[in-house]
Write a protein that binds this ligand. Structure first.
Ligand SMILES: [Zn+2]
Length: 636
């Protein structure tokens, strides 16, 4: 029932406290303050969106935007004549252009419905909606106006349900826009942050306003389209990959933030190279990666241009990782949001492991375990997506999910784990598209050649975590006894099988070993070949679990075996090389339950009748040639 793996290694328990991740979560939770739950928009299922062009005039000092959105789409139905886009009813649609003329439309219930002469299935339809209004009135906070030290700023943040608040879009998670252009007209001295490559900046006269032309040639989910406008200071450089290729990196920062940015910017190079080699090529290598500062706490992983409150190490790692997890592959439904958030959070831990120190990596894991296990219930899978606050639950979607990935890595090993991750990210059925939890499980199962359904069932779909009480004692100068008992925090899971790592220390040496914990109450005897002085459980924080480790009474007696344990009717007691004189059984409060006089030859087995004991934990105390030993026994 047990498997022992010896890995010689060093362990350091120095821990460094790190800052809280709340701000990251809050920043991505666009509608955090929204009081009402929002009905998920489902317009436009009858067409495939192939191209959109946003032509917008934005003055961050004025709560108003105007312009047009041009869309190219392919009809998915025959007799294609009526279709719609999502747009807040409080925005004003001025006209809709189709084939050189205006066409009728109806704008109500946050939806613009258009009617065109009938088109056949697979026909392309081009349509341009001209509109204007104050998008900041929308409850989903998709578009904000604010101030930074050198002037006004406006930015968008549409995740999850805010895009329809500021532009006519197809707000959903099943059809990415295959190609996108953004032409943003802004006041002079400002810059407009956008997606992809900045191909041109035009100056308009007489007021010297500027037009920023951004061109993005990768598929993009609607909620990842964003724009931010203010008086930005620009810094850029190229990050070189190990294969000789490089990526253009652009920072749009507040002028007042420049001194801080100069001390923080270094970290992005190592993260970009690290993720690129671990997860596969940066998904938008032909274009850029960038940061644009915005006024919300935390960050948001807009495609190729993350919006940031600051250039903090953890925040940069989280949002950069989203370019793979969330942007290249987007959760196929909001229920599957953990595929975005848990991965970005776990990648933050990986960035610490790669670039910082083992202590800071461990500190992140400890914090994640503590945040996840402060909730006795709660699932990683988001069953309720109507409440945005619950959807972006930091303990579940971020911290617990990150620990589930970490534990999965432990269960199947680094090689299978990262191979599966790379396969997932390059699977042509999903990459630059959408994935569901089942797709991710398929890749992990294929690479590890393991049925992982029970694992994902317990950790992603069901609730809770294991709570372990672990008692250890030395039964002689070479052997220890480890008694493990497990309960679970939530009734949806009865038992969590675990591989538990231990660190043992003795005079002049140490060792790391692993036990397989496969039943709720278990007694494991291990010959480590040394007199163990100190034992630490799960020194690398692999498991999402709560542990209490007790040190029991030690014995200098030769090896003592008590089996079976748990016992029903009888137990056998064997003591190596000593003659047993007396045995007594006490209950867990130390009260004497049974006493036995033993007449026995050295190295023979003693049969004890325990049938009279009530079920529960007991201690068997053995006296042999002046030595004493106590071992825990469970009566079933
Ligand atoms: Zn995130």
């Amino acid at each position: 029932m047990r498997k022992v793996v010896f890995i010689i290694g060093l362990f350091c328990s120095m821990l460094v406290m790190a800052q809280d991740m709340e701000a990251i979560i809050k920043g991505e939770r666009a509608a955090y303050e929204a009081k009402k739950n929002y009905k998920f928009k489902r317009s436009g299922q009858e067409y495939d969106l192939t191209y959109q062009q946003l032509n917008l005039t934005i003055d961050p000092g004025v709560r108003y935007i105007s312009g047009s959105v041009y869309s190219e789409l392919i009809a998915l139905e025959s007799n294609f004549t009526q279709f719609s886009f999502d747009l807040d009813s409080r925005m004003t649609v001025d006209s809709v252009h189709f084939e050189g003329g205006s066409i009728p439309f109806v704008h109500n219930n946050d939806e613009v419905t258009l009617v065109i002469p009938s088109r056949a299935k697979d026909d392309q339809v081009d349509v341009e909606i001209f509109y204007q209004g104050d998008p900041s009135v929308n409850e989903q906070n998709g578009f904000s106006f604010d101030y930074q030290q050198s002037g006004p700023i406006s930015w968008t943040l549409s995740e999850p349900y805010g895009a329809y608040g500021w532009w006519p879009c197809k707000q959903q998670l099943y059809d990415k826009i295959d190609s996108l252009d953004m032409n943003i007209t802004i006041p002079k001295n400002n810059k407009a942050a956008g997606m992809g490559n900045l191909v041109q900046v035009d100056t308009l006269y007489p007021d010297s306003s500027l037009v920023f032309h951004w061109e993005h040639r990768y598929p993009i989910a609607t909620y990842l389209v964003a724009v931010a406008v203010t008086d930005y200071y620009e810094e850029s450089h190229y990050i070189k990959f190990s294969d000789g290729d490089s990526i253009f990196h652009l920072d749009y920062i507040y002028p007042s933030y420049k001194p801080q940015a100069d001390t923080l910017r270094w970290a992005i190079d190592g993260m970009m190279r690290g993720f690129d080699s671990l997860f596969g090529d940066y998904p938008f290598r032909k274009e850029k990666y960038g940061h644009a500062m915005f006024g919300r706490g935390g960050g948001m992983e807009h495609q190729t241009m993350s919006f940031m409150s600051r250039l903090d190490f953890d925040l940069m790692a989280h949002e950069l990782a989203h370019q793979w997890f969330g942007n290249k592959i987007t959760c196929g439904s909001w229920q599957d949001l953990w595929l975005n958030e848990s991965w970005a959070t776990y990648s933050n831990a990986i960035a610490r492991e790669l670039i910082k120190s083992k202590e800071e990596y461990h500190e992140f894991l400890i914090k994640s375990i503590s945040r996840a296990t402060r909730n006795y219930g709660g699932a990683v899978y988001a069953y309720d997506t109507t409440n945005v606050n619950e959807l972006f639950n930091g303990d579940m979607r971020y911290r617990k999910g990150a620990m589930v990935l970490h534990q999965l890595r432990w269960e199947i090993g680094d090689s299978a784990f990262f191979e599966a991750t790379r396969n997932y990210l390059k699977n042509t059925d999903m990459c630059y598209g959408f994935a569901y939890t089942a797709d991710f499980i398929d890749e992990m199962e294929a690479a590890s050649n393991t049925n992982l359904s029970p694992f994902f069932d317990r950790y992603v779909y069901k609730e809770g975590f294991p709570i372990l009480s672990v008692e250890w004692n030395r039964i002689n100068t070479k052997t220890i006894n480890i008694n493990v008992s497990q309960t679970t925090s939530h009734p949806s899971v009865e038992f969590f099988p675990l591989r538990i790592q231990f660190y043992a220390k003795w005079e002049g040496g140490d060792s790391i070993f692993t036990i397989v914990h496969s039943q709720a109450i278990e007694n494991i005897i291990l010959d480590l070949g040394h007199k163990v002085e100190e034992l630490i459980i799960d020194p690398n924080y692999w498991n999402l679990a709560k542990y209490t480790l007790f040190e029991g009474d030690h014995s200098d007696m030769s090896a003592v075996s008590i089996y079976p344990n748990p016992a029903e009717q009888k137990v056998k007691v064997f003591v190596l090389d000593k003659k047993v004189d007396a045995l007594e059984i006490t209950d867990c409060l130390g009260r004497l339950v049974s006493e036995y006089e033993i007449l026995q030859l050295k190295n023979s087995t003693i049969d004890l009748d325990v049938s009279h004991l009530k079920p529960g934990p007991y201690f068997i105390k053995i006296s042999a040639e002046g030595n004493q030993s106590t071992t825990k026994m469970i009566k079933q």
